[in-house]
Ligand binder design. Structure first.
Ligand SMILES: *Cc1c(COP(=O)(O)O)cnc(C)c1O
Length: 426
C-alpha cells in the first residue's frame, strides 16, 4: 500500500484538479457592454483627448491606482511592454548597464536590451529567490544606471536594502511585480516602492485580462513618459510640447476597452483570489513541515507572500536522494511540480552575446564601454538551486481545495517514508 507509484505502487492522487479560473459572469457582462457600444478601443496616437484611451481604460487605471494607493497607473498590453516603457522612461542611454535577476521571466531582461542597455545579472538570495543586495552592490560599475528587481513567486525582494543601494549610487529602480499583485511589504503594496512597478495581466497570473499589464508610479514625469512610449511618442511630443526627447520612440502598447472592462472586474476579485492562494500554501506548509532536507517557503518579516509559485528548498545531502528523484517520485504520485526555474544568463543569446543581427550588438557596439560576463559561475546560488536545490508548485494552475492539498501532503509523506528505497535506486 505504501509502495511508491514510481515503482508500480498505487498513485496517491488519481483525480484531476480543477483549473484555476478567475473569470466569471461579471467579466462576461462587462465585455458584453463594451461590445454593444462598438468602441473596442479609443486610443488615438496623436495629442488629442483620446491620447489617454477610452472610458474603460481610464476607469481601470483610476481603480488600479486607488487600490494600490499610488498616484499613477498606466495600462499596457503586457508586462513585457510595461517594462520596456519603464526602462525607456527612466532615460536609459545605449551602453548603460542595468542590474537584473537571473531568476525572472526572460522579458525582464530583454526590455533592457530593447533600449540597447546591457543586462548585468546579480545573484539571488537562497531563501527568497530574489536579488541579493550584496551581490547587486558587487555588480555596480560606473556604467550602472538602474536595477530591475523582480518580486519572484509572490514575495517582495529586499526592497529597503535595494532602495538604499540605489540612492547611494544614484540608480533608478523598477520592480517587476508580475507574480506579486497584492503582496505587501512593510505596510505597502509591492510595486509602489520602487520608481516604477510593473504588473502582468496575462492568462497565467492571479488576475488577468487575457493579455495586459499595468505600470504604476508616484512620479508625474515618469508616468507621462510611459504614456508617451505607450502611444507613438514621436508623433505626439511636438504638439504636446514635450522637450525631453530621450527615448521618445513610441510604440503601440495600448490596452483595449475589452481588456480594461475585464480588468475592472478582476481587480475586485484580487483580494479573495490572493487569500485563497495564501490559505492553500499555509496548509501545505503545515502539512510538510518537518520533512528532512525540505524547507517550505520562507516568508520574511513584514511581508506577505501571494504564492504565484510555492517554492521549496531541498537539501539532497541530508537524504542521499537527489532533487530530481524526489520530483520524479512526486510526479508519479500525481503531484504537478517543477524541478527548475531559469537562469537567464545561460540562455544562448547571452552566452553568444548576440541580440540584434549577427555581429554581437549591442555588446560589441562602440557605445558599450564595459565587459559584462555571462559565464556559468557568475550566479552560484541561482545556478545551484536550478541544479538541485529548488522545486516549485504553480499555485495559479489549479484551485487546490483543502482535501487536495492534503493529498499533496500525503504524497510528500509517502515519499519521505520511502527515502531508503529511493536511496538504493541507481
Ligand atoms: C509573466 C511574467 C512576465 C511577462 O508578463 P507578460 O504580461 O506576459 O508580458 C514578466 N516577468 C515575470 C516575473 C512574469 O512572471
Amino acid at each position: 500500500m505504501n509502495e511508491l507509484a514510481l515503482f508500480g505502487g498505487p498513485k496517491t492522487i488519481t483525480e484531476s484538479f480543477a483549473r484555476y479560473n478567475s473569470i466569471g459572469g461579471e467579466e462576461a457582462a462587462a465585455v458584453q457592454e463594451v461590445m454593444k457600444s462598438g468602441v473596442l478601443s479609443k486610443f488615438l496616437g496623436c495629442w488629442d483627448a483620446d491620447f489617454y484611451g477610452g472610458e474603460k481604460v481610464q476607469a481601470f487605471e483610476k481603480a488600479w491606482a486607488q487600490y494600490f494607493d499610488v498616484r499613477h497607473a498606466v495600462t499596457v498590453n503586457s508586462n513585457t511592454s510595461g517594462i520596456m516603457a519603464a526602462i525607456g522612461a527612466i532615460g536609459i542611454e545605449p551602453g548603460d548597464e542595468v542590474i537584473v535577476s537571473p531568476w525572472t521571466m526572460s522579458a525582464t531582461a530583454t526590455a533592457i536590451l530593447v533600449w540597447n542597455g546591457i543586462p548585468v545579472f546579480a545573484d539571488i538570495d537562497r531563501e527568497t529567490f530574489n536579488l541579493y543586495p550584496a551581490s547587486i552592490e558587487k555588480r555596480i560599475t560606473p556604467l550602472t544606471k538602474a536595477i530591475v528587481v523582480t518580486d519572484i513567486f509572490g514575495q517582495a525582494a529586499d526592497l529597503d536594502e535595494i532602495m538604499k543601494i540605489a540612492h547611494r549610487h544614484g540608480l533608478r529602480v523598477i520592480e517587476d511585480c508580475a507574480q506579486a499583485p497584492g503582496a505587501r511589504y512593510k505596510g505597502k503594496y509591492v510595486g509602489t516602492i520602487a520608481d516604477i512597478g510593473v504588473f502582468s495581466l496575462n492568462y497565467h497570473k492571479h488576475i488577468h485580462t487575457g493579455e495586459g499589464g499595468v505600470c504604476v508610479t508616484n512620479d508625474d514625469a515618469l508616468a507621462e513618459r510611459m504614456q508617451l512610449i505607450r502611444n507613438h511618442a514621436e508623433s505626439v511630443v511636438g504638439d504636446k510640447g514635450v522637450t525631453d526627447l530621450s527615448n521618445m520612440i513610441g510604440f503601440n502598447f495600448r490596452m483595449t476597452e475589452i481588456e480594461a472592462a475585464i480588468g475592472i472586474e478582476q481587480l475586485k476579485k484580487l483580494k479573495d483570489l490572493v487569500n485563497e492562494r495564501i490559505h492553500a500554501a499555509n496548509r501545505l506548509s503545515a502539512g510538510i513541515s518537518g520533512l528532512t532536507g525540505l524547507t517550505p517557503p520562507v516568508v520574511k518579516p513584514d511581508c506577505t507572500h501571494v504564492y504565484y509559485v510555492y517554492p521549496l528548498l531541498y537539501d539532497a545531502k541530508q537524504n542521499g536522494v537527489s532533487r530530481n528523484q524526489i520530483v520524479d517520485a512526486l510526479a508519479a504520485e500525481g503531484v504537478s511540480i517543477s524541478n527548475s526555474y531559469i537562469n537567464l544568463h545561460l540562455l544562448p543569446m547571452y552566452q553568444r552575446k548576440q541580440a540584434y543581427g549577427t555581429k554581437g550588438f549591442p555588446w560589441s557596439a562602440p557605445f558599450y564601454k564595459g565587459s559584462v560576463s555571462y559565464e556559468k559561475g557568475i550566479c552560484p546560488v541561482a545556478e545551484a538551486l536550478n541544479d538541485g536545490g529548488y522545486m516549485g508548485i504553480g499555485m495559479c494552475e489549479y484551485y487546490y481545495t483543502d482535501r487536495q492539498i492534503d493529498l499533496i501532503v500525503q504524497a510528500f509523506q509517502k515519499i519521505w517514508v520511502n527515502l531508503d528505497v529511493l536511496r538504493e535506486q541507481k
